[in-house]
Design a protein around this ligand. Structure first.
Ligand code: HQG
Length: 182
């Protein structure tokens, strides 16, 4: 399987496991899990010769560790980024004192007023390192890097979670907890 095919499969899996299971005819449980056999069968219809070992490759090689197998290896789900209702069972955690959010300059006026809001997603996504935040931000346009006073937010009672692939999540970031680029 070449890199292009793997990327195409991975995008299709993101769509089905996060947003529209029906595109592959999948059934997800309340935790967002899908039977591996069901997913493999569905992908085989799109990509001749697709099998479990190829799925394992797609999961292992994914640049952001977007997917995870259950402990027994029978089920698979997306680690984060869902728009369908799922309970991922995240534990509340104490965040580092500062986290980062990369966005685009054209969003700044609105963010100054409303803070960071989750929009289509279940949470606002924050990064523990500047480089990741930069990569997330440039997807939207000219980069604006925001520093988030996550320690202060946590002490004020805002819950924080961390997804299995290391993304920090919260409900919203009010503007007073943001440092804007000067
Ligand atoms: C912005 C990718 C106006 C927000 C990445 C962002 C990440 C506001 C955009 C994950 C706003 C939403 C998430 C406000 C927030 N006014 N704009 N009040 N509050 N925004 O893509 O954080 O490839 O939904 O700054 O790696 O960019 O999916 O969120 O620019 O982890 O695995 O609204 O998506 O991962 O954009 O990215 P997104 P995001 P995956």
């Amino acid at each position: 399987m070449n890199t292009k095919t793997m990327k195409r499969i991975s995008k299709l899996m993101s769509l089905a496991l996060r947003h529209r299971p029906q595109v592959l005819g999948l059934e997800l449980d309340e935790g967002g899990w899908c039977e591996v056999t069901q997913l493999v069968a569905a992908l085989k219809r799109r990509e001749a010769g697709f099998d479990r070992s190829r799925l394992e490759l797609v999961v292992a090689e994914n640049d952001k560790k977007r997917f995870a197998f259950s402990e027994d290896g029978q089920r698979i789900r997306a680690n984060q980024g869902h728009s369908i209702t799922v309970d991922l069972g995240y534990q509340q955690l104490e965040p580092p004192e500062e986290l980062y959010h990369g966005t685009a300059t054209h969003f700044l006026a609105s963010i100054r007023k409303k803070g960071l809001i989750k929009g289509q997603r279940h949470h606002v996504h924050l990064s523990a390192d500047v480089q990741t935040a930069q990569q997330v931000g440039v997807r939207h346009g000219k980069l604006a890097l925001l520093r988030v006073r996550s320690g202060a937010m946590h002490r004020a009672g805002h819950p924080f979670y961390r997804s299995d692939n290391g993304v920090w999540l919260c409900e919203a970031v009010p503007p007073e907890y943001l440092h804007f680029p000067v």
